[in-house]
Design a protein around this ligand. Structure first.
Ligand SMILES: [Zn+2]
Ligand SMILES: [Zn+2]
Length: 91
């Protein structure tokens, strides 16, 4: 069976995405249904399901390096990088 690339539109963001022949074969062999969402949306949903939270870049209040935190920094509380956070907790 031959599979050709097809263009689908994502149910979540409405963007068109390519469902490649290779992917179609993969899905077909495993009996999966045609995806309804583009890859970024699928990954976002998967992350939400598995409890992974989106990371936000911010600057450490202690050493000034850029760090990523799993919450949106509100600005009214200092945010620390992992190292400084652990250092501070150690006191
Ligand atoms: Zn999408
Ligand atoms: Zn730091």
């Amino acid at each position: 069976m031959e599979f050709e690339n097809s263009v689908l539109s994502c149910e979540d963001c409405g963007e068109e995405f390519v469902f490649s022949g290779e992917e179609q074969q993969f899905y077909y062999e495993r009996g999966f249904q045609t995806p309804k969402r583009c890859k970024p949306c699928r990954q976002r949903r998967k992350a939400a399901r598995t409890g992974q939270r989106e990371l936000h870049s911010t600057i450490c209040a202690e050493c000034g390096i850029e760090t990523q935190v799993p919450f949106k920094p509100s600005g009214d509380r200092p945010v620390y990088c992992r190292d400084c956070y652990q250092k501070r907790r150690g006191f």
